[in-house]
Write a protein that binds this ligand. Structure first.
Ligand SMILES: Cc1ncc(COP(=O)(O)O)c(C=O)c1O
Length: 345
């Protein structure tokens, strides 16, 4: 039995998806009297392509994966939501994940009345793979892992992720939101080996398009087909599709940004480590730094007064005293360093 057959919710298996007017006719030149739109041209008076064909063709070339194995969502958050919706029976199934990690996994599980079983990372912020398998039971349908991990900023060992893919009995959702900044290679090349693997990536980070809300999921045709059947019909709006299509032609710009951000990250880390108020800067494999201070809360408030906004992560597990700082432009990073140098406790 395929993994999808094994864990899909009954109501989703039996669902008759909504069929849009644009599903029935996809040509471009026609008299469209089928969708109750306003016929007067505004640029956006027509509904967008529900299957985002042009965008997927382009992404399939960039990512070297077939069109049918791509799902596009209103941010990768949408893909996470749909995976839980499809594969977790509310009140019965559970999701396994790590702690600390990206907060939306738990929020989405809570929304779907799905138990969220968290396993603390090790002291080195790595996966406790045996503990993750141990908390799983027959109702553990999804395992969420984020590598590089937000907020700890490090990547997990490749072989630990492989171990979980080999041994976890449900679907492993590997969130690679920060993969463009990482030294580790993506698992995209392993998709063929693992029918239980879903990879999430996003245009919100390295690609510089957080404002258009566009995320990707890559997986087997079976899994992508389930997600596509249950999504909102027009989940990616026309402006987003148009903007992304243009930007995808500029991959070299994205690569240049990544290079600059990584250079800045390394400079910022070294300079932060020299400050007396900084206890530690965790090694980062992403575009942000976890910085441990003796007086995190005070420094957080002080920075706000200086109009420099960072994220207080001092309450997260294993992150006591830590502020999460996104790497900015050279000027922004200099402003941050200057403010921290000026800080008097
Ligand atoms: C690990 C991780 N995944 C996903 C997201 C959100 O991605 P998107 O903007 O595509 O919804 C974030 C945002 O901070 C994140 O840290």
């Amino acid at each position: 039995m395929s993994i999808v057959e094994k864990i899909i919710r009954n109501n989703i298996r039996n669902l008759v998806p909504y069929s849009t007017a644009r599903d029935e006719y996809s040509g471009e030149q026609a008299v469209f009297l089928d969708a109750n739109e306003n016929p007067f041209y505004t640029g956006v008076n027509r509904y967008p392509d529900p299957s985002q064909s042009k965008l997927k063709v382009k992404i399939s070339q960039i990512k070297n994966i077939s069109y049918e194995r791509i799902f596009l969502g209103n941010g990768s958050d949408e893909a996470m939501d749909l995976l839980i919706r499809a594969f977790c029976e509310p009140g019965i199934d559970n999701v396994v994940s790590i702690k600390p990690t990206y907060g939306m996994y738990k929020v989405l599980a809570d929304i779907h009345d799905t138990e969220f079983r968290e396993v603390l990372l090790t002291g080195e912020y790595q996966l406790d793979k045996e503990a993750l398998l141990k908390v799983a039971d027959l109702n553990s349908t999804l395992l969420f892992i984020n590598s590089p991990n937000n907020p700890t900023s490090n990547s997990f060992y490749h072989e630990d992720i492989v171990y979980l893919l080999d041994n976890f009995e449900g679907i492993v959702v590997l969130d690679e939101a920060y993969i463009d900044f990482s030294q580790q290679r993506s698992f995209m090349d392993s998709l063929d080996n693992y029918p239980n693997l879903v990879i999430l990536q996003t245009f919100s980070k390295a690609w510089g398009m957080a404002g258009i809300r566009l995320g990707m999921a890559f997986a087997s045709r079976d899994i992508i087909s389930v997600m596509s059947r249950i999504k909102y019909p027009y989940n990616i709006n026309k402006l987003t599709q148009k903007f992304a299509l243009q930007k995808l032609d500029e991959e070299s710009e994205k690569n240049a940004w990544v290079k600059m951000i990584l250079e800045q990250r390394n400079i910022l880390r070294l300079k932060l480590m020299k400050l007396e108020i900084v206890r530690e800067v965790l090694p980062s494999d992403s575009n942000f730094l976890m910085v441990r201070f003796d007086q995190a809360k005070e420094i957080f408030n002080y920075l706000i007064n200086r109009k420099i906004i960072v994220r207080d992560r001092s309450k997260a597990a294993l992150c006591d005293g830590c502020l999460r700082i996104t790497v900015g432009t050279e000027e922004e990073n200099k402003a941050l360093l200057k403010a921290l140098q000026d800080y008097k406790s």
